[in-house]
Design a protein around this ligand. Structure first.
Ligand SMILES: NC(=O)c1ccc[n+]([C@@H]2O[C@H](COP(=O)([O-])OP(=O)(O)OC[C@H]3O[C@@H](n4cnc5c(N)ncnc54)[C@H](OP(=O)(O)O)[C@@H]3O)[C@@H](O)[C@H]2O)c1
Length: 322
């Protein structure tokens, strides 16, 4: 049986009073699709969330008006999943403010990541240590995230090296009902053996890992174990991210004609439909700090997803280029 479903975004649009003239308000790629949002269930509870969310590690340096417009549009289009982190500069602050102004905080599914004070053990002294934050970690980091975001649905331990020290706190916060879901993030395949160990040891609801047509390492062990342990998978960097951005590798290459059967009208939708159609993947969080990118990505969360056979075709097609 299919693990994904489609639900009308009509309710969301009604809430914002946007239903009249909605078709004109939709970008062409969403008008071409059918306006319905594909959702999947979080295995530990059955709660359904849209397969396409947003990653916000650039929201710390994105102008506030852009952040607000992007989140407003995302909600209009039926998206609810937002991934941020205590460490993403001003990202939590801007998201919390925008959602409050829009009056949709309680409608969104907000994930953030707990920081641990200080750099990883053995990390050399120098300016690189700033990457690990301003010294605020643990409970203080969580309370600050709550103040900024007003609610946290899903709390991740951000770094694999801090799992053992942070997991008691994260489990306590879930027990107290302060967060509904807990998890661990790791986007570095060399860390996956340790992540696998933690997935066996702790009662996690989610893992967040690197998964895209540019890096399918997670398919070997992480995704099968997630299914076995009934954990949701949030796919980070689903477009390859940073220096591996798949969109930079496309060049003047045309989409295959059969992509149109899935309603795919852009390369970004091609990459994202591939990611979220893996049966173990619950949702993906493409980073988008431009409205047009958000609209393009949201379209991948509508219409149909590829089945196993089409997924193989996508791998062969993209693999032929790599
Ligand atoms: N757990 C961790 O340690 C960890 C580490 C890294 C990332 N993450 C999470 O994963 C999220 C995504 O990662 P990421 O942003 O680095 O990589 P990504 O989602 O693979 O790629 C984002 C890049 O693609 C561009 N883009 C997005 N949609 C596009 C479209 N439709 N057309 C053209 N370009 C498009 C974005 O540009 P614009 O910004 O200009 O729109 C940005 O440069 C992060 O925001 C974060 O939430 C987690």
């Amino acid at each position: 049986m299919s693990r994904y479903d489609i639900s009308q975004s009509r309710r969301g649009l009604l809430r914002l009073g946007l239903l009249s003239g909605v078709s004109a308000a939709l970008p062409p790629m969403l008008r071409a699709a059918d306006g319905r949002v594909i959702t999947k269930a979080i295995p530990s509870t059955g709660e359904r969330i849209p397969v396409i969310g947003i990653g916000t590690n650039r929201f710390g340096r994105t102008p506030y008006d852009d952040v607000r417009s992007i989140l407003k549009r995302m909600y209009e289009l039926g998206g609810t999943v937002i991934d941020t982190a205590a460490l993403y500069g001003n990202s939590e602050v801007q998201i919390g403010k925008a959602l409050e102004e829009l009056g949709v905080t309680q409608r969104m599914f907000i994930a953030t990541k707990l920081n641990r004070p200080g750099a990883p053990p053995g990390f050399p002294p120098g300016p690189g240590r700033r990457l690990f934050g301003d010294g605020v970690g643990g409970r203080e980091s969580f309370e600050r995230s709550m103040q900024r975001l007003h609610k946290v649905d899903l709390l991740f331990v951000h770094f694999i090296y801090s799992v053992e020290s942070m997991m008691p706190l994260v489990m306590e916060l879930k027990k107290q009902g302060r967060v509904r879901y807990i998890g661990i993030t790791s986007i570095r395949p060399p860390e996956y053996p340790r992540l696998l160990e933690y997935m066996r040891r702790y009662p996690l609801d989610f893992v967040q890992v690197n998964y895209s047509l540019g890096d399918r390492t997670a398919e070997a062990e992480i995704l099968p174990l997630a299914v076995k342990r009934r954990m949701a998978v949030m796919a980070a960097v689903p477009l390859g991210g940073g220096r591996n951005l798949l969109l930079d590798q496309v060049g003047d290459r045309k989409l295959p004609p059969w992509a149109a059967d899935l309603g795919i009208t852009s390369w970004s939708q091609f990459f994202l439909k591939y990611v979220v159609s893996h049966p173990a993947v619950t949702c993906a969080i493409p980073g988008a700090s431009k409205l047009a990118h958000l609209e393009d990505n949201e379209a991948a969360g509508h219409g149909r997803l590829p089945d196993a056979e089409v997924r193989r075709k996508m791998e062969e097609f993209w693999g032929g280029k790599a």
